[in-house]
Ligand binder design. Structure first.
Ligand code: ZN
Length: 374
């Protein structure tokens, strides 16, 4: 892969290219935007280009487009995942710090920042003319980690580039933000996502659903559409979920919650197999949030039905089921249920027990939720 193959982030890449051409590249960047729109991919390919020893210079109407050659020793080693001048910093590295063995990382701890950036940053490049540090999920840098980083962000060695990937800029301290150049990454168009999914072999109807579900996040759409579960696809789970949800009555709550729990487990297992470097806790969270998001999408669609906006359905493949949901509640009720479902989603982030989250969601939906404190 190379920079030119990155999907739909021409604007962000254009800013970097112009800065590079003018020899005005900043040494610290914050790549900001929703999850799954290509921030990390861009950082990775940008790093590969910076480290490449035989860069390609392509003339384009908007200026020179620099890219990695893909053939030099640096590119080869980069592709192999072991480039000595490329440093990928992520919270699971805590396991490899002096005192972190066995710890489950929730945020990006200061030990990781110290051992994998601050202590290493003065080291000269070994294979290329630059060193690159890419910090994933920078929004998880806690205050002390960010404070520890300030000096490095302010005065990195001239051969060193730091790129922080961030989906919530509000979590970054003003002092951090002011030391970085911020590059914004926008959502990807739904049609482009459908195009990409169908190209990778996903059926057209399914592709349309995942594109609408993912809300401009190509990474999310590709991840859900491409998961291989043992007995059924994620799309089959989603259609069953929407059907069950449309037919749902209060006495089914426990049974339905149990089914959601089992489905979450199947999805998480498949995800763990695919992404072994992400913590199990994060994967479980992502799965549970995704299932709740499917319910929210169904409620949202029912709301759109009341507003006469059927064309914008996420579940355009299950219109009769959505109509059934829409007939149970008026727009006001739906707005309230959607609000509650978002609250349940926040519980997932706070690690409330999965079974409880699903039960509460379904009881709320039936109109008799109880308040739990968390
Ligand atoms: Zn190269």
């Amino acid at each position: 892969m190379s920079l030119k193959e990155i999907f739909c982030q021409d604007k962000a890449i254009g800013i970097l290219q112009r800065a590079y051409a003018a020899d005005k590249l900043a040494h610290a960047y914050l790549f900001v935007g929703p999850d799954g729109v290509g921030k990390f991919k861009t950082a990775q390919e940008w790093a590969k280009m910076l480290l490449c020893n035989d860069k390609i210079e392509q003339q384009r109407p908007e200026g020179v487009f620099y890219d990695s050659c893909g053939n030099c020793r640096s590119c080869e080693v980069f592709e192999g995942g072991a480039h000595p001048d490329f440093n990928h910093i992520y919270k699971e590295l805590v396991e490899f710090t002096k005192t972190g063995k066995g710890k489950t990382p929730l945020d990006l701890p200061i030990d990781v920042i110290r051992e994998f950036i601050i202590d290493k940053v003065a080291g000269r490049p070994q294979m290329s003319s630059a060193t690159v540090y890419v910090v994933r999920e920078a929004e998880r840098l806690n205050q002390s980690s960010q404070n520890a980083l300030l000096k490095v962000l302010e005065e990195p060695p001239k051969y060193c580039f730091i790129i922080m990937i961030c989906s919530r800029l509000e979590n970054m301290l003003p002092t951090t933000q002011s030391r970085c150049q911020i590059i914004r990454f926008g959502p990807v168009d739904a049609e482009k996502i459908v195009e990409q999914l169908t190209r990778s072999g996903v059926a057209a109807g399914e592709a349309k659903y995942w594109a609408a579900f993912s809300d401009g996040s190509l990474g999310t759409a590709l991840a859900w559409a491409g998961l291989e579960l043992k007995d059924k696809s994620c799309y089959q789970i989603k259609t069953e979920l929407v059907s069950r949800f449309a037919d749902y009555e209060l006495p089914d709550a426990l049974d339905f919650a149990e089914w959601l729990g089992q489905s979450a487990k199947k999805i998480s297992d498949a995800w763990t197999e695919k992404q072994s470097n992400v913590s199990k806790k994060d994967i479980n969270r992502r799965t549970q949030t995704g299932l709740i998001r499917m319910i929210i999408a169904a409620l949202d669609d029912a709301m759109k039905m009341h507003l006469g906006n059927d064309a914008a359905f996420v579940n355009s493949d299950q219109v009769s089921k959505i109509e059934k949901v829409g007939k149970k509640f008026d727009a006001e009720d739906l707005a309230e249920k959607i609000g509650k479902a978002y609250e349940n989603m926040q519980w997932v982030q706070r690690s409330v027990n999965e079974r409880l989250v699903f039960e509460e969601l379904l009881l709320n939906y039936a109109g008799c939720g109880k308040i739990i404190s968390s």
